[in-house]
Design a protein around this ligand. Structure first.
Ligand code: MN
Length: 529
C-alpha cells in the first residue's frame, strides 16, 4: 500500500465528507457497529457530522473487535472513489482512554448541543397562540435536530388527510436536508434515518405502532440502531392514542406530538397523554383551539428545524383550507400561499386531490406520489392536480345528486336543522367520496339552503356515525366530544368510542346498538339550545 505516501491531515468529519480522496485523521465517538458479509462498518460522529468507516480483515469477519459502541477513537481513514461510490477505509483505529477521552467526548457533546439549537426564525404569522407555544417549538426542534445528529431514526406518523399530509411533508422537507448534511449527500443513509407514513384512523392506530416497532426493533438488534423518535402529526393528543403511545414507550422510543385535536381537560398546560409523551405541541394546551391546524404548526416547526427549508410556506394555507379552519392565522396563511403563487381555487383542488389519493393509498406511505401532489415536482404539479380534479369533480357531482335525493331533513321550530344521511345506502363502499366526505357535502348543502340556522348533519353507517355541526350549533352548545361521553354512559352495552373536533368527527359503536344510539343522537340534536 502506498497510502502512507499521502499526506495525512487532521480534519472534522464534516470537512472529510466534502473530500473525494485523501488520508485523514479523525477523533470521534462510535455510534453503532454493523457486521456485513464484507467489512465491519463503524458509524462514527465527532459532532460536526457522521461517517461510516469500513474495517476489513476477511469477508464477514469482525474487524477491530476491541472497538465497541460508545468508544471514543482516533482513526486514520483513506477516502477513495471506487466504481462511482465513495469508500472510507480504516487504516488504523485505536481507543482514546483516560482524561483525553473525557476531553474529546466533551468537545463532541458540546458540538452536538450547539448544532441542536433551533434556527433563529420568527413565526410566519402574527399569533398569540403561537407565541404562547414558542418554548414548546424550541424544545421540539432541539429534540429532532439532536436525533438527526445522534443517528436516531425518525418516524413521522400523520393523519391520512390533507392537513396531516401537509404537516408530515413539511417536516420531511425540513428534516431530509438535515440528514443529508449530517451524512453527506452521496450517502443513501437518509432512507435508514427517516420514514413517513399515514395513519388511516384519526389517532395512532395499534396496527401502525406495530408496523413502526417491528421494523425499528429489527434494526436495533441487527445494526445496533437507536430506538426511533416517533413524531405524531395531526394525531397523538387524545386518549385514543394512548395504547399505541404507551406501547412505543415500553420499547424506549421517544415520542413527540404535534396535534390540534381536543386533547381532553387541560390542567396546568398538561393533559392525559402528557404522562407518556416526551414533548407536545397543541394549541389547546395554552388555551386556544383547533383553528391552528397540524399542517400550520408543522410548517412553523419545519422553519425552526431548518431555516433554509424550501417549498413549504403554502402548505399551511392548504392545510387550513382542507381542515376548514377560520380566524386570523388562517387568513394570514392563505395570504402567504397566494403570495407564493397559489390561488384559493388551486389550493382547493390540491386539498381534494390529496384526500382522494389518501383514500386509495390507505396505509401506504405514498412516498413520492403525495409529495408530488404537494408540489415537490413543479412541472408535474399542475398536470397531476388537473388529472385528478377532472375525476373528482365528476364523482362529487354524481354524489351530490344522490345526497339531494336521499338526505332526510328535519326543520325544527327552534331554528335547528337536522340532516340524516344513511351512508351505507348512499355511497359506494370503498370508493371516493367516503361516508365522511359525503356527510360533509350534505352538511354544506343544508347550510347553504338554510342560512342562519343551526345545522347538524349525521352520516349514519352500520357501526358508526360521522357528524358535522355549524358554528351556530356549536354556539348553542353542540359538542361532539361531550356527546361521546354522554352516549358512553347511556349505552354501556354499545361499546361506544370516538370523537374528534367539537364540530366534526365520528362515533363508533357495535352494530347491534346502532338503531338505539342513532335515535338518541337525533333526539339530543333536536333539543340543542
Ligand atoms: Mn387536522
Amino acid at each position: 500500500m502506498n497510502d502512507f505516501n499521502i499526506k495525512r491531515t487532521k480534519e472534522s468529519i464534516k470537512n472529510v465528507l466534502l473530500k473525494d480522496s485523501g488520508m485523514y485523521e479523525i477523533e470521534a465517538k462510535i455510534v453503532s457497529i454493523q457486521q456485513t458479509s464484507g467489512p465491519t462498518i463503524f458509524t462514527a460522529t465527532d459532532g460536526t457530522a457522521t461517517m461510516e468507516l469500513a474495517g476489513f480483515s476477511a469477508p464477514g469477519a469482525r474487524t477491530y473487535p476491541e472497538i465497541k459502541e460508545d468508544d471514543v477513537v482516533k482513526a486514520t481513514v483513506v477516502i477513495k472513489e471506487k466504481d462511482g461510490r465513495r469508500k472510507n477505509d480504516i487504516v488504523n483505529i485505536g481507543k482514546i482512554t483516560g482524561p483525553l477521552r473525557d476531553t474529546v467526548l466533551k468537545d463532541i457533546e458540546s458540538r452536538i448541543i450547539e448544532r441542536s439549537r433551533p434556527d433563529a426564525v420568527n413565526f410566519l404569522v402574527r399569533s398569540e397562540a403561537l407565541d404562547r407555544l414558542k418554548s414548546r417549538f424550541i424544545a421540539v426542534a432541539t429534540e429532532i435536530k439532536k436525533a438527526v445528529i445522534e443517528g436516531r431514526p425518525i418516524i413521522v406518523r400523520h393523519h391520512a388527510d390533507t392537513d396531516g399530509y401537509s404537516g408530515g411533508i413539511a417536516l420531511q422537507r425540513a428534516i431530509i436536508p438535515l440528514i443529508e448534511a449530517q451524512y453527506g449527500t452521496e450517502s443513501d443513509v437518509k432512507w435508514y434515518y427517516f420514514a413517513r407514513a399515514p395513519s388511516k384512523a384519526p389517532f395512532y392506530e395499534y396496527a401502525d405502532v406495530l408496523r413502526d416497532l417491528s421494523s425499528a426493533l429489527k434494526d436495533v438488534e441487527k445494526f445496533g440502531q437507536k430506538e426511533p423518535l416517533i413524531i405524531l402529526v395531526d394525531n397523538g393528543s387524545t386518549e385514543e392514542d394512548l395504547l399505541s403511545i404507551r406501547k412505543a414507550k415500553i420499547y424506549n422510543a421517544p415520542i413527540i406530538v404535534i396535534d390540534h385535536h381536543y386533547p381532553g381537560e387541560v390542567a396546568n398546560g398538561r393533559v392525559k397523554v402528557d404522562d407518556f409523551v416526551d414533548l407536545h405541541i397543541n394549541p389547546y394546551l395554552v388555551g386556544y383551539n383547533n383553528t391552528l391546524t397540524a399542517g400550520m404548526l408543522c410548517v412553523e416547526l419545519a422553519r425552526f428545524l431548518n431555516s433554509k427549508v424550501q417549498n413549504i410556506d403554502f402548505l399551511a394555507g392548504l392545510a387550513g383550507i382542507a381542515d376548514r379552519s377560520s380566524g386570523s392565522e388562517f387568513e394570514q396563511y392563505v395570504e402567504i400561499a397566494k403570495s407564493r403563487g397559489f390561488t384559493v381555487e388551486f389550493l382547493n383542488k390540491i386539498a381534494l386531490a390529496v384526500d382522494f389519493e389518501a383514500h386509495y393509498l390507505r396505509f401506504m406511505e405514498g412516498w413520492k406520489l403525495v409529495d408530488d401532489l404537494l408540489g415537490a415536482d413543479i412541472e408535474k404539479h399542475e398536470k397531476l392536480i388537473n388529472l385528478l380534479t377532472e375525476d373528482i369533480e365528476f364523482k362529487l357531482k354524481e354524489q351530490d345528486k344522490v345526497i339531494k335525493k336521499y338526505l332526510k331533513v328535519e326543520e325544527l321550530g327552534n331554528g335547528v336543522i337536522v340532516g340524516i344521511l344513511d351512508t351505507s345506502l348512499t355511497t359506494h363502499r370503498g370508493e371516493f367520496p367516503a361516508p365522511g366526505r359525503a356527510t360533509g357535502m350534505a352538511h354544506d348543502y343544508l347550510k347553504e339552503k338554510h342560512p342562519g340556522k343551526s345545522v347538524v348533519t349525521v352520516g349514519v353507517g352500520p357501526f358508526f356515525v360521522t357528524m358535522r355541526a355549524s358554528d351556530s350549533a356549536v354556539r348553542r352548545g353542540f359538542n361532539l366530544n361531550a356527546l361521546v361521553k354522554v352516549l358512553k354512559d347511556e349505552f354501556p352495552y354499545g361499546f361506544v368510542s370516538g370523537g374528534g373536533h367539537e364540530a366534526a368527527g365520528s362515533i363508533k359503536f357495535v352494530e347491534g346498538a346502532q338503531a338505539e344510539i342513532v335515535s338518541s343522537i337525533v333526539s339530543k340534536i333536536r333539543s340543542t339550545g
